[in-house]
Design a protein around this ligand. Structure first.
Ligand SMILES: Cc1cc2nc3c(=O)[nH]c(=O)nc-3n(C[C@H](O)[C@H](O)[C@H](O)COP(=O)(O)OP(=O)(O)OC[C@H]3O[C@@H](n4cnc5c(N)ncnc54)[C@H](O)[C@@H]3O)c2cc1C
Length: 272
């Protein structure tokens, strides 16, 4: 099945153009990576005949991906969701909700993506390509011999994990943090940037800049500056949950429903 599958953020309009042109692609996932890929595929479909685009999400509503639109404090992020909504509303992208992939099976040179419903019934969508934009997790193996203290679910430091838990925080509600929350038992070792967040999808570059400033000050021995962490993040955006989505599935950052309360974070947010 690997021949049909691409991971997040392929170069749809560049190096990978021929792989997608004139094909039917299914994009799975509800985050920024899926949104960017879908917008590129819609652009490709406008230029290349017979290119079809289908978007599958687990939740009952795409509202979280559409985000805050004009109200988003990050205009480019708001525009991302608004442009995606336009394509869906115009029928250029077909949206499938409540979609959880159960199996992939060959289908005459194409691939059938099988969904199994709670009542045991199955349905399938036959496509040429699949883009799996279903989450990520950092590779800490390079530091396997060091004494790390990682949250077992998020893969961030144990101190940082509750501050960035995507079921509690959106991108904009993460509290300031620096060297203290990034430290491991291994003296002098810090992971900063996207990797520091483990599989939490709420990282912003502004967060990383403050992490690096704090850690570098500590490494230089200026602990007062290192501990004086400050962060002023923009509110709203795709990380906010959708209250209308009563299923609670894909509720990365918002209240957790009774149905999902017992599931692991990885299932609800970061896993595939
Ligand atoms: C679709 C999408 C849109 C986003 N939009 C925004 C946005 O608008 N604003 C924002 O603030 N954030 C945004 N983000 C989050 C964004 O990814 C981060 O803010 C930023 O890229 C993180 O930078 P980083 O340097 O920490 O990590 P990365 O950008 O992931 O860089 C890590 C680099 O390290 C390299 N690397 C990994 N392991 C090794 C190794 N062993 N040896 C050598 N190199 C290695 C990788 O190849 C990679 O180039 C977005 C993320 C996604 C997925």
């Amino acid at each position: 099945m690997a021949a049909f599958l691409e991971h997040a953020l392929p170069d749809v309009l560049g190096a990978d153009r021929d792989w997608f042109a004139g094909r039917h692609t299914l994009v799975v996932g509800a985050g920024h990576s899926a949104a960017n890929t879908l917008l590129s595929l819609a652009e490709l479909a406008a230029a290349e005949l017979d290119t079809e685009v289908t978007w599958a999400i687990r939740s009952a509503s795409p509202a979280r991906t559409y985000g805050g639109g004009d109200a988003d404090a990050l205009p480019a992020r708001g525009a991302l969701g608004s442009r995606l909504r336009e394509h869906v509303d115009a029928g250029r992208i077909r949206l499938l909700t409540g979609f959880s992939v159960h199996a992939l099976t060959p289908a005459d040179g194409r691939v059938a993506v099988v969904v199994r419903h709670a009542d045991g019934g199955e349905e399938s969508v036959v496509v040429d390509r699949i883009v799996a934009a279903t989450g990520f997790r950092p590779d800490h193996s390079i530091a396997a011999e060091l004494r790390l203290d990682l949250d077992p679910v998020l893969g961030a430091t144990r101190a940082l994990a509750p501050l960035i838990d995507p079921n509690e925080h959106s991108c904009g509600t993460v509290p300031p943090h620096g060297v203290g929350d990034l430290a491991h038992p291994e003296a002098g070792y810090y992971a900063v940037g996207m990797k520091s967040y483990g599989c939490a999808p709420t990282f912003l570059m502004a967060t990383g800049y403050e992490q690096v400033r704090s850690v570098v000050a500590a490494l230089a021995g200026d602990w007062d500056t290192a501990r004086d962490v400050q962060l002023d993040l923009p509110e709203t955006g795709v990380c906010n949950s959708n209250p209308a989505d009563s299923t609670g599935t894909d509720s990365c950052c918002g209240p957790v429903s009774a149905e999902t309360a017992g599931k692991s974070l990885a299932t609800r947010c970061c896993g595939s």
